[in-house]
Design a protein around this ligand. Sequence first.
Ligand SMILES: NC(=O)c1ccc[n+]([C@@H]2O[C@H](COP(=O)([O-])OP(=O)(O)OC[C@H]3O[C@@H](n4cnc5c(N)ncnc54)[C@H](OP(=O)(O)O)[C@@H]3O)[C@@H](O)[C@H]2O)c1
Length: 308
Amino acid sequence: MYLLYTILAALLCFLVLKWTKRRRYCMDVKRLDGKTVLITGGNSGIGKETAVALAMRGARVIIACRDEERAAKAVREIKARSHNMNVLHMDLDLANVRSVRDFCKSFLQREKRLDILINNAGMPSVLDWTDDHFSMCFGVNHLGHFLLTNLLLGRLQESAPSRVITLTCSLYKYQKLDFQDLNYNLLPFFTYCRSKLANIYFTQELARLTEGKGVTAYAVHPGYVQSNWTCHYSVLFRILMRVIMFMFFVSCELGAQTVVHCAVTDEVTQHNGGYFSDCRPAALRPFAEDAGVAKKLWEASERLVKLA
Ligand SMILES: NC(=O)c1ccc[n+]([C@@H]2O[C@H](COP(=O)([O-])OP(=O)(O)OC[C@H]3O[C@@H](n4cnc5c(N)ncnc54)[C@H](OP(=O)(O)O)[C@@H]3O)[C@@H](O)[C@H]2O)c1
């Protein structure tokens, strides 16, 4: 009898875990021949799987990474898995404003098109500072991508219809922005939540500013994904998270599906500036849809990175 109960309990656990990990695949088979895709942080996790998926569809894929060796290794892997030789890497450190500017300069010199920009790179909850003394999460996750997108906007408009996809996280809902302290750097988890909320406001304001100019913008929550984000933490935390991730988090391939969906499907263009999860539009908390806050953040970001 005990054996039967044990088997039933194990079966129940298995089904619950399977249910919590269920995610949709992007079913659109559209090809991207002749299109150029730029993915920040494409050497790892969700970014690398996105690169493989889009390279398989025939796109020219450029991954923008901060570590030459890791980037070169990822390019070899993406080429091998996609059978597309039109994959390359370029140097970009989003924690350094000078690096972002240099990257955009050489990108604009070398590349005549930019059809899809994927603002994927991200730092998890860590307390650190960028080279320009912004808090690491806000500086890399929001400001670096804000500057990058603005400097490449001309090329995106020339390549219209084009798309900007920014990776956010459903954890955005646990914090609000404090305009007296955008560089908030006290509790690591909250700095991450705020940077991911900034990604959502950024997407909304970008969509508003580029309305009618052929550029559309989407914010994507990829789900909770077994990527390499734990590499920034202690060995003990990594071991613990490995078990939790195995049980509850999805694979990087599944994590990339909503990004791919926003990159290729036609139906997403009806939701310009929208928030997507599991390959469909998702609702946001009302405070995260405040157009006034989105505009204020845009203007503050312009001042911080000295865009004007
Ligand atoms: N994993 C999840 O459960 C989850 C959930 C929600 C949202 N997200 C978001 O998904 C995105 C991808 O994360 P992931 O889970 O795939 O994590 P990941 O495997 O750690 O990948 C993060 C990527 O960002 C790059 N990066 C970090 N700092 C950078 C910098 N200063 N300049 C340039 N590149 C930098 C990393 O490069 P290095 O390899 O050189 O460190 C890496 O390629 C992030 O925006 C994250 O916030 C993830």
